[in-house]
Design a protein around this ligand. Sequence first.
Ligand code: TYM
Length: 333
Amino acid sequence: MENTKKRILSGIQPSGDLHLGNYLGPLRHWPEMIEEFDCYFFMADLHTITVRQEPAALRKRTLTQIAQYIACGLDPEKCVLFVQSHVPAHSQLGWVLDCYTMFGELSRMTQFKDKSAKNADNINAGLFTYPALMAADILLYQADLVPVGDDQRQHVEICRDIAARFNGIYGDVFKVPEPYIAKVGARIKGLSAPEAKMSKSVPEGCVFLMEKPEDIMRKFKRAVTDSDTVNPVRYAPEEKPGVSNLIQIYAATTGKTYEDAEAEFAGKGYGDFKKTVGEAVVELLRPIREETERLLSDKAYLETVYRSGAERAASVANRTLGKVYKKVGLLSR
Ligand code: TYM
C-alpha cells in the first residue's frame, strides 16, 4: 500500500555541539512528529566543511549528534536517522541543482553574507552554493514539511524557488516543501549578547546540550538583562531583548505561556528569575545528557542505526535522483 503520511525532513550541522537554540527551535518538536509523519532526520556533515573543521572532532561530533537525536526521543525504529555523506545522492543532486540556481539569488542569502564576513580568508564556492545542496537534501525525499528555526526560513524559500523552477521546465518532479517554524523558540538569542541568535560562535552566551549543570547555571546567572527595577520581568522584545529571550526560553522549556511566566515573576527581581530559568533548563537537559552518554558507550548500536538509516534514506533518494538524471538528459547506465 502506498504510504499516505506526509513526509518530514530536517537536519542539523555537526559543526559544533548541539545547543539550546537547536533544541528549543526545531529539535524538541521532532519526537512528536515521528508518531504522525514519515520522518527523515540527518546529520548535515557535508555542509560543515564549508568552514574548516578539525577532522577527528567532526567525526566525534557527528556520532555524538546521532546519540543526541536518539536521546531526545527520536526512536530509530520509528524514523530514519542518517548521516548526509553516507547517501551520495545528496552530493549528486546538489551538483544538478547548482546548475538550476542563480548567482544573483545565492548572493542575497543572509547566511552567506554573515559567514563570508566571519571567514574572510575562506570564502569558498561551497559556502556560496550551500543553499543548492540544502535544496537537494530536502527535494530528494519529496518532503512536505521542513521543521527549522527562523534563521533557516530563507534557505527553505530558495529551495521552493529552485523546485518550482525545475518543475516549470520538466514537469512535476519535486514536491515543493513548506517550512515548519514553531511560534515559541524559533529564534533563541545568545545569553551574553541577546541582539544576536544563540550560536556556538559565542560560547559564553550559548548553552550546550552536554554542558554540566554548574556551567549552565553560571551562564544563566551572567545572562544580560537591563536596569529596569519596576516589575522588570516583562516580555517586550524590542525594549527588553535579554529579559524577553529568557522568558522565551522559560516558556519553551516549561510549556508555560509568556503571560504565565510574567505572572509567576511579578514583583520579583532578576536574580530569582535567572536562577529559576537556569534550573528549568538544567532539568530539561539532564535526561538528554545522561542518555547521550549511555548511548555513546554503545558504539556498535549507533553504527547499526546509521547504517540502516543510510540504506533506507538512499532507497528513497536514489529514486528521485534517477528521475532527475533522466529528465535533464543524462544517459542511463
Ligand atoms: P544549523 O545546523 O545551523 O541549525 C540547526 C537547526 O537549529 C536551528 N537553530 C535555531 N533555532 C532557534 N534559535 C537559535 N538560536 C537557533 N540556532 C539554530 C536552525 O534554524 C536549524 O533548524 N542549513 C541548516 C542545516 C541543513 C538543513 C538541511 C536543515 C542542511 N540541510 C535540510 C533542514 C533541511 C543549518 O545550517 O542549520
